[in-house]
Design a protein around this ligand. Structure first.
Ligand code: G
Ligand code: MN
Length: 253
């Protein structure tokens, strides 16, 4: 019941975590991360309330709010930095998803090339006609698709061929062990090779130490994200960091 009212009460808040280009050191993207500022419980993390939203049918409404809000905010950022939005597989049950994204882009004026939608392979494994046609629709709008938490699902690789994917995000579990486990290092290496040979960008998630950063850079990852290089932060803090790191001289997009 609380969650039902969270949207109208303005208790849902977007945080942004910077994702850095490993070649230039610039902020390439921000991943939008939802928080629920609950009047009694304080900040509730998405891992706690997104499953609830999925169960009680609120994910469509919340998901649409996130897409529209993120586009509106990112359109005002300096430069042409990208923004990534996580999508629940259940959002693909709504055949209007393409229309929602198209409308959010139009209303905000955000260039479609700046928006990336993060999906997990569970969306693709369902392989239902609706998901496929929605992904085609999204591709036609000119937005990018990233495969999140890569390497943790069934890792059926055929979907990399069948669907238009632009980026692979290596799951943080492999990055966490990259300096201590030969196996994790080799899996990261293999994912980078796979991604690059298919012409995809590869982002390392969950970089928490200097050694991990050096390792993912050494393995040729294109971009990195993690607490060591940038914490999820408020909109104001993110924009301030963006201006500091990428330079405030960048013209507004
Ligand atoms: O599933 P997805 O990759 O979208 O999850 C992103 C989550 O990972 C966010 O909740 C974010 O706060 C968290 N996260 C981001 N960077 C790190 C990190 O360096 N370490 C850990 N443990 N979690 C991280
Ligand atoms: Mn994500």
């Amino acid at each position: 019941r609380d969650l039902q009212d969270a949207l109208s009460r303005g208790e849902l808040e977007l945080y942004f975590q910077p994702i850095f280009c490993l070649k230039t050191g610039a902020i390439e993207q921000a991943e939008a991360l939802l928080r629920w500022n609950h009047p009694e419980r304080g900040m509730v993390l998405p891992s706690e309330f997104i499953p609830l939203a999925e169960q009680c049918g609120l994910i469509q409404e919340i998901g649409e709010w996130v897409i529209r809000k993120v586009c509106a905010l990112a359109a005002k950022w300096p430069g042409s930095v990208g923004v990534a939005v996580n999508l629940s597989p259940l959002q693909f049950d709504n055949s209007d998803l393409g229309k929602v994204v198209a409308s959010a882009l139009e209303v905000s004026g955000l260039d479609p090339s700046r928006l990336e939608l993060e999906i997990t392979e569970s969306v693709l494994l369902r392989d239902c006609a609706v998901s496929v046609s929605i992904l085609d629709e999204l591709a036609e709008l000119g937005v990018s698709i990233a495969l999140d938490d890569f390497g943790t699902g069934f890792s059926s690789l055929s979907y990399l061929q069948r669907f238009k994917v632009d980026r692979i995000k290596i799951d943080q579990s492999f990055v966490r062990d990259i300096n201590t486990s030969e196996g994790s290092l080799k899996i990261v290496r293999a994912i980078v090779m796979l991604g690059h040979s298919l012409g995809l960008n590869v982002t390392a998630e969950g970089v928490e130490t200097d050694d991990q950063l050096a390792a993912v850079r050494g393995e040729g990852c294109d971009a990195a994200q993690g607490f060591y290089i940038g914490m999820p932060c408020s909109l104001a803090e993110f924009v301030e960091q963006l201006e500091r790191v990428n330079g405030s001289a960048a013209p507004a997009a």
